[in-house]
Design a protein around this ligand. Structure first.
Ligand SMILES: *Cc1c(COP(=O)(O)O)cnc(C)c1O
Length: 466
C-alpha cells in the first residue's frame, strides 16, 4: 500500500511531513527547527513595540500569542491536513474546547455524534451545558437523516470523529457535511484516530479539523498537544455568528472584516480565544510533535498493517465474539472505511471476549508486550478495558447502547514485530481458557459441597453480544 501518485505541484505526503512549513533559514542555518524556549521577543525600539501590537509588523511578541517553533509545526500540520491554517494548543481537549468556545454562544446548540471521545462528551454535557450551550447526540451517526432530525433553529455546529473509538464506526464525512451546510452550520471533525495520512476531512467537506497531537502525531507517548485546522470554504459571515460578523473590536472592525469571511474563525481563535483562555503549548512540545510528524506515514502504515493482521487473527479465535475493526470486510463500516481511508484502516479497535468481564480481566492482566495504559497512537501496543476505565461513569444501559460490553477490550496497535504481538495475544487467550477451566473447577467443587451455583456455566458465557 504505497503512496499513490500525487497531483503536481503539491509534494507527496511523506515529503510534506518532512519539509512543509520550515522557515527558509534561521540565524545559524539549523536543519532541525530550533526550539525557541522563550516567553517573549525583544522590541528594537519604541516604534517597533507599537508596530507589533498594532499588527503593522507581524513578528512575535509573547509566546501565549505565538512562537516560531509552534508556528513551524502549525504550518507543517496545515500542509498535511490540506488546511489553510492550523493552531497548536496544549492538548487535544484544548483543541476541542477552544474550537467550540470560538463558535458557540450561550443559547446555541451543537449536533454531535453519539460515537464520541468521553472527554468531549463530558465537555459538552458537564461544562458547555453550564454556559448555556445545548447538545443533541445523534442516535444513528451513519444515517444523514438522523443528523438532520437533531437540528434546531439554534444549531450552530456539527461535531463528529472520523474514526470513533472503540467501535470503529467510520464517519461518512461528505454526507454529514452536506446536512450541516444545508443548515448553515460548519462540520468539525476530530481526526485524531485517522491522522491526515489516512484521511483529510477538509477534502471531503468538513470545515474544521481538530486533533489530539498526543496520539499518532507526536506518536511516542511522551507529550500532549492539540491542533485546530481550518478549511477555506465555510462563510463565517453568514449571519449565524454575530460575534464574528457584527461585533466590532477596538479597531472598529468585525472579525469578518479583519480576516475575511473564510478565515474569520481561525483568526478569532488565534487572536482572542486561545490567548484569553490560555491553553498554550510549550515550544519544546511543539518541537517534539514536529519530530513525530516527520515519521507519521511510516508509523501509521506499519500500525495499520499490524492492526489488520491482528484483527483477522482475533476474528478467527473461538474465544472472541466480535472484532470491531472497519478494515475487516464483514464490518458494517467497511464500505465507508474503504471510501475514505487511503493507506490502511488505522490501529485502534476493540474486540469482545466471550466470558465477559472475568475473561477481559484475565486477558488484560496476562499480556506482556502490550502495555496496560489509557492512551492510543503510541509506537507501542496498548490495551485497555473501557467499561471499567474510560467509560466507568456510564450506566450499564448507556454502555450496552454504545456496544461497550463487559468483555470488550480496546487495543491500539504499535509498530512492534507482528509475531510478538500475536504471541502476546495468544498468551491472553490462554489465560482466558485457563480461567474458564478454573471457574468450572470452582463451580464443580461448589456443587459437590452443596453450594448449588446452578447458574454457573461450563463454557464461557456468550451473554453480551448479539
Ligand atoms: C485523546 C483524545 C482527545 C483528547 O486529547 P488530549 O491530548 O488527551 O487532551 C480528543 N479526541 C480524541 C479522539 C482522543 O483520542
Amino acid at each position: 500500500m504505497g503512496e499513490p501518485p500525487h497531483p503536481a505541484p503539491r509534494p507527496g505526503f511523506s515529503t510534506r511531513q518532512l519539509h512543509a512549513g520550515q522557515e527558509a533559514a534561521d540565524l545559524h542555518a539549523a536543519r532541525a527547527t530550533p526550539i525557541y524556549l522563550t516567553a517573549g521577543f525583544v522590541f528594537d525600539d519604541f516604534d517597533h513595540a507599537h508596530a507589533r501590537f498594532a499588527g503593522e509588523d507581524d513578528g512575535f511578541t509573547y509566546t501565549r500569542h505565538g512562537n516560531p517553533t509552534c508556528s513551524a509545526v502549525e504550518r507543517r500540520l496545515a500542509a498535511l491536513e490540506s488546511g489553510t491554517e492550523a493552531i497548536l494548543v496544549a492538548s487535544g481537549q484544548a483543541a476541542v474546547a477552544s474550537t467550540l468556545l470560538g463558535i458557540l454562544t450561550a443559547g446555541d446548540h451543537l449536533v454531535c455524534s453519539s460515537s464520541i471521545y468521553e472527554g468531549t462528551r463530558g465537555l459538552l454535557v458537564e461544562q458547555l451545558a453550564r454556559f448555556g450551550v445545548g447538545v443533541t447526540f445523534v442516535a444513528e451517526p451513519a444515517d444523514p437523516a438522523s443528523w438532520a432530525a437533531a437540528v434546531t433553529p439554534a444549531t450552530r455546529a456539527f461535531f463528529a470523529e472520523s474514526i470513533p473509538n472503540p467501535k470503529n464506526d467510520v464517519l461518512d464525512i461528505a454526507a454529514v457535511a452536506a446536512v450541516a451546510h444545508a443548515h448553515g452550520a460548519p462540520l468539525i471533525v476530530d481526526n485524531t484516530l485517522a491522522t491526515p495520512y489516512l484521511v483529510r476531512p477538509l477534502e471531503h467537506g468538513a470545515d474544521i479539523v481538530v486533533h489530539s497531537a498526543s496520539k499518532f502525531l507526536a506518536g511516542h507517548g511522551a507529550v500532549l498537544g492539540g491542533f485546530i485546522v481550518a478549511g477555506d470554504a465555510f462563510d463565517w459571515g453568514n449571519g449565524a455568528f454575530p460575534h464574528l460578523s457584527t461585533v466590532r473590536g477596538a479597531d472598529g472592525r468585525t472579525q469578518v472584516e479583519r480576516h475575511g469571511p473564510y478565515r474569520a474563525l481561525i483568526g478569532y481563535l488565534r487572536d482572542l480565544v486561545i490567548p484569553r483562555f490560555g491553553s498554550v503549548p510549550s515550544p519544546l512540545h511543539a518541537f517534539l510533535i514536529e519530530q513525530g510528524l516527520e515519521t507519521l506515514s511510516l508509523r501509521v502504515q506499519r500500525q495499520s498493517e499490524n492492526a489488520l493482521a491482528i484483527a483477522r487473527w482475533l476474528r478467527a479465535r473461538p474465544e472472541v465474539l466480535q472484532v470491531d475493526y472497519a478494515g475487516l470486510p464483514d464490518s458494517p463500516h467497511h464500505v465507508t472505511a474503504r471510501r475514505y481511508l487511503e493507506h490502511g484502516y488505522g490501529s485502534v479497535f476493540a474486540f469482545t471476549l466471550a466470558g465477559g468481564e472475568a475473561a477481559a480481566r484475565r486477558f488484560h492482566d496476562a499480556v506482556a508486550v502490550f502495555t496496560r495504559m489509557t492512551h492510543l497512537g503510541d509506537v507501542r501496543s496498548l490495551i485497555l478495558h473501557p467499561a471499567t476505565t474510560t467509560h466507568v461513569l456510564r450506566t450499564a444501559d448507556e454502555l450496552a447502547e454504545s456496544g461497550i460490553w463487559p468483555g470488550l477490550l480496546r487495543v491500539s496497535i504499535g509498530i512492534e514485530h507482528l509475531d510478538d504481538l500475536i504471541e502476546d495475544l495468544a498468551r491472553g487467550l490462554a489465560a482466558v481458557r485457563d480461567g474458564a477451566a478454573l471457574d468450572v473447577a470452582v463451580r464443580d467443587e461448589a456443587v459437590c459441597h452443596g453450594a448449588g451455583q446452578s447458574g454457573a456455566l461450563r463454557r464461557p458465557v456468550i451473554a453480551e453480544a448479539s
